[in-house]
Each structure stands twice: as C-alpha cells, then as structure tokens.
Design a protein around this ligand. Structure first.
Ligand code: FPP
Length: 248
C-alpha cells in the first residue's frame, strides 16, 4: 500500500460520482464522453479501494431520479453499465471481488436485470472486497419498501407494532448484509446526499471534493482517506481524546 500509512482505514466507502457532464462541458465535449471517462475512474477507484484495504465500496451508478434525463443519456448510462458488467465481470471475479446491487428491482428492464443478477450470482462467494452498485436506487424508496415489509409482518401477526426497532428497519433495507458507510465521498463540489443512503449515513463522515468525477484519481482517493483518518468519530458519545483526558 504505497504512500498510504494511516492509523485507520474506513471499512465501507460510498461515493456519489458527480460531475461527468460538467467535466465534458468544460472541454466542449458531449456529456457521453464524460460518462465514458467516468467508467475509467470507476475501474481505477475499485482497484485503489481494494489496495487500500477498504472492504466495501458503494458507487451511486444510477438513481431512481436519473430516468428523467433525456432518453439518449439514459441509454448511454445503461449501455455503459451493461458494458462494464459484461467486460469487467471476469476481472472482478478473478480479483475475488463480490458484487452486490442495491436499488428497486421491480419492473427493471429485461436488458439490465439479468446482467445484474448474473454479476451477483457469479461473485457471491468472493471475499476480497464487496463492490456495491447502487442502480435504480433512491433511499426514500428503499426505506418505504422496508416499511412495507414490516407492515406486512405486523398484519400477519409475526411482529407487534411496538416491537418495530431501528435494527428491524436496517435488516429490511437493500443493504441488510452491508455495514453502514464510514465515509461518503461526493465529487464535483456539490454538498448534498441526493437521496443516497439516507438511513445508513446516520454516523458517516462526509468528504466533499471539488474535482469532477472523471478527474478523481488514486491521489484524491488517498486524500479523502487521510481526511477520514483525521476525523474524531464520536457516534453521539464522547471523543476518545476527551475520555482519555478525563480519565487521566
Ligand atoms: C453524475 O454526473 C454521474 C452519473 C449520473 C452517473 C455515474 C455513472 C458512471 C460513472 C458510469 C456507469 C457506472 C458504473 C458503475 C460502471 P452528471 O451526469 O450528473 O454530471 P453533471 O452533474 O456535471 O451534469
């Protein structure tokens, strides 16, 4: 792990890959070129995360709101994801990377759902790192689906309304078997969550970087890990430093 000697590495890093369009516009290029370049950054980031010792990497690839983009851009993005899975699946599998997909699967197009399922199935026993791809993902939709499952269980009498707990909700989210993100990175200078992992981000650290996603590289990834390592995470309790100082 060259150039990276940190006391703590986040177990789970989640990334909002933003700014492909603006990167292209800045260069007078069509947006699709920005997305193409964005896929190269995805490949590089998966490699960098694995090498740094990150165990879960979640990438916000396509939000449930992205369907409202012009049809040609939606097709570009879906085409890129399809190609990424077709071309990179063998490499990811060889590198012992497990793929998990989060997001609404109901009514997903037949040219994409089987590919996503195949990627999950092929890599399900891999252990080096889990690459979580958020596709057709919206956090409020995910929470609503979890609540609907609980409502059905209450209706069936298997749980009582008073027993509903945060853990029960977590267990019914798409991320049920995935730890909450320790670090959420967003590129492009925007500083918002945009309906991404709202429930799971309760105690995440946020790092907002000014660069556009196609310009994000290993160096910037390491910078984000360094910023994370310098943060004092308290989870609503007292700082380790404060506790040590008080206790002596
Ligand atoms: C944001 O840029 C990026 C997206 C909406 C999609 C990200 C998708 C990829 C990088 C490619 C496919 C993903 C994988 C995992 C292979 P934007 O278009 O919102 O940029 P803008 O805000 O500058 O317009």
């Amino acid at each position: 792990m060259a150039n990276l000697d940190l006391p703590v590495i986040p177990e789970h890093v989640a990334i909002i890959m933003d700014g492909n369009g603006r990167w292209a516009k800045q260069r007078g290029l069509p947006r699709t070129i920005g997305h193409n370049k964005g896929v190269e950054t995805v490949r590089e980031t998966v490699r960098a995360a694995g090498e740094a010792g990150v165990k879960y990497l979640t990438l916000f690839a396509f939000s449930s709101e992205n369907w409202s983009r012009p049809e040609s851009e939606v097709e570009d993005l879906l085409g890129l994801l399809r190609r990424f899975i077709r071309r990179d699946l063998a490499d990811l599998h060889r590198e012992n990377i497990r793929i998990r997909i989060i997001g609404e699967r109901e009514n997903l197009r037949s040219d994409i759902l089987p590919l996503l399922l195949e990627a999950e199935e092929t890599t399900r026993n891999n252990t080096a790192m889990t690459l979580v791809i958020a596709f057709n993902y919206g956090s409020r939709n995910e929470i609503a689906r979890a609540v609907a499952k609980i409502a059905k269980e209450v209706q069936a009498g298997s749980i009582k309304p008073d027993e509903v707990s945060p853990e029960m909700i977590s267990e019914r989210l798409d991320t049920a078997d995935i730890p909450d993100p320790d670090l959420i990175i967003r590129t492009s200078g925007e500083e918002r969550l945009s309906n991404f992992l709202l429930w799971q981000a309760a105690y995440s650290e946020f790092v907002f970087l000014p660069c556009y996603w196609p310009d994000f590289d290993r160096q910037q990834f390491h910078d984000a890990l360094r910023i994370f390592a310098s943060r004092d995470r308290r989870f609503g309790g007292l700082s380790q430093l404060t506790t040590t100082a008080v206790v002596g």
